[in-house]
Design a protein around this ligand. Structure first.
Ligand code: FES
Length: 505
């Protein structure tokens, strides 16, 4: 198989398709807790609450464990590239310690669940590394290793790794893990259902009225009544606190392929250099491992995705000679302006509505941590790291300000600047291509299929009106402002948008 024949789609989804869909909710329902979103954070929260004896329903707009979680690199680690030295400066030594403890506890919890439920999810213990090749950054790595160690992690600075190329230095945290994310989460879902929890797929929640109780409405007009509600939809689909203004969407590409088992670098690696490169392997067959390489991050709707895939594939082939690339896919996450995820009450006045978002690319340990934290909060228990992750935090507002302003300036630039960009004419859109064209004083998102038929949609994102852009590699319309994505039929692939793009003649 040549690289051009790589399967477009996540290896995790291909090897664990997930079976028959769980039933769409068609009748009104009353539960203790409704969890909106069936990814790592949503299912972990629902599972913890079900275990604690509460009646829980998970309401998922698509299939569970198929969104961000189905496309992750699935490292379960407390080493999040470079964070501890920064945390120490922004949230103090105690903040860094709590972050390390909460993420390590998530790793331990996942290991416990795997053992207790006997989950066959390719769980492997591995050391995690953040490395650099630029000698100019070694001091930064030394500082990170020191901060991570002082935060309580088994961290050290090293110059030797299992990578097949030299590094200038690396932070190593031992005893971390990796797994097959869908095998893990689908086992959790099965156990949740066996204990009376409910999961409804293809059930999109379109309205939330907070109160005692809270009331939800689905796109089919079905009502759900719940004492507590958790919004775990990646970008929060209900967002009175305007959290989206403190989140930046980041799309990242993944290529995967087989290498000889004797070439396994034997760890989980990431570098902030070269526009991020992350490397891990997974079991494949007797003589081979699956090499998974992630990188080339960019704001959705702003890059030539096909060219980026080429760059990432070239990097994988150059650094792991002989790799036989078989898969490629993309993933998306949100970076919070102050680096710390937002997990806790949905807004300042919220009494029964909670949110989990902004995992900044570390949604596996972050999602498991969120499950533990939200479950404790909903049950009225204290958790040492509630304040650290509290979405209402104001203490860091001043430190957040530069990143916040940059995020808003970027959005404003897209909102205004994209409208001034010269637009193609319809005749210039070749079969298999998409472009935003001008029509009747407005911008129209046009895709011409291989048969020449034109599919036209409004180019205004239904979230807040920025203009979408065509993503040729994934054949989707992506919004650069907050990362909503739509199919060529206009249907939502990724929020925060709640409505599809309008069809146009
Ligand atoms: Fe916010 Fe498109 S995602 S305007």
């Amino acid at each position: 198989m040549t690289r051009k024949q790589q399967v477009s789609g996540s290896y995790w989804l291909q090897t664990e398709p997930g079976g028959t869909p769980r039933p769409t909710l068609t009748e009104d329902l009353t539960v203790d807790v409704a969890v909106i979103g069936g990814g790592m954070a949503g299912l972990s929260t629902a599972w913890e609450l079900t275990r604690a004896g509460l009646g829980v329903a998970v309401l998922e707009a698509d299939r569970i464990a198929a969104g961000v979680t189905g496309h992750t690199t699935a490292k379960v680690t407390a080493l999040h590239t470079l964070i501890y030295d920064k945390l120490r400066r922004t949230r103090g030594d105690e903040g860094a310690r709590l972050y390390a403890r909460s993420q390590s506890e998530a790793l331990e919890r996942a290991a416990e669940i795997v053992a207790e439920l006997g989950v066959d999810c390719d769980w492997e213990e591995r050391d995690a590394y953040t490395y650099v090749r630029d000698t100019g950054r070694v001091d930064q790595l030394r500082a990170e290793a020191r901060a991570a160690k002082e935060a309580g992690l088994p961290a050290s600075f090293v110059t030797e790794t299992g990578l097949p190329f030299p590094v200038a230095g690396a932070v190593r945290v031992s005893g971390q893990a990796q797994f097959h994310p869908r095998k893990y989460l689908l086992a959790l879902a099965e156990d949740l259902q066996a204990r009376g929890g409910r999961i409804h797929e293809y059930t999109r929640v379109t309205a939330l009225t907070e109160g005692e109780p809270c009331r939800l409405t689905t796109d089919a007009g079905v009502r759900v009544t719940a004492r507590d509600v958790v919004v775990a939809t990646h970008y929060p689909v209900f967002d009175r606190a305007l959290l989206f203004t403190r989140l930046s969407p980041r799309r990242e590409l993944v290529v995967a392929g087989t290498i000889g088992a004797d070439r396994d670098p034997g760890g989980m690696y990431i570098t902030p250099e070269e526009n991020t490169r992350s490397v891990r392997t997974a079991p494949y067959d007797d003589g081979h491992r699956l090499l998974v390489v992630t990188g080339e991050h960019f704001t959705p709707g702003t890059a030539d995705t096909e060219a980026r895939f080429e760059q990432l594939s070239d990097w994988a082939s150059t650094h792991f000679p002989g790799v036989y690339l078989t898969h490629r896919w993309a993933t998306q996450d949100n970076d919070p302006t102050d680096t710390v995820p937002m997990v806790g009450p949905l807004h300042a006045g919220a009494r029964h509505a909670y949110v989990a978002t902004g995992f900044g690319g570390w949604g596996v340990s972050g999602g498991i941590m969120a499950g533990r934290l939200l479950s404790a909060q909903i049950r009225g228990e204290r958790c040492a790291w509630s304040e650290l992750y509290d979405p209402r935090r104001l203490a860091t507002a001043v430190r957040e300000a530069p990143a916040f302003l940059m995020t808003q300036a970027k959005v404003a630039r897209h909102f205004v600047g994209d409208r001034l960009r010269p637009a193609k004419s319809l005749e210039d859109v070749a079969p298999g291509e998409g472009a935003v064209v001008r029509a009747g004083g407005d911008r129209v998102a046009v895709y011409r299929d291989e048969d020449g038929e034109v599919h036209a949609l409004s180019a205004r994102c239904t979230h807040l009106g920025c203009l979408v852009d065509f993503n040729a590699a994934e054949r989707s319309w992506d919004c650069p402002c907050h990362g909503s994505r739509f199919g060529i039929d206009g249907e939502i692939l990724q929020g925060p948008a709640l409505r599809p793009l309008k069809r146009r003649e």
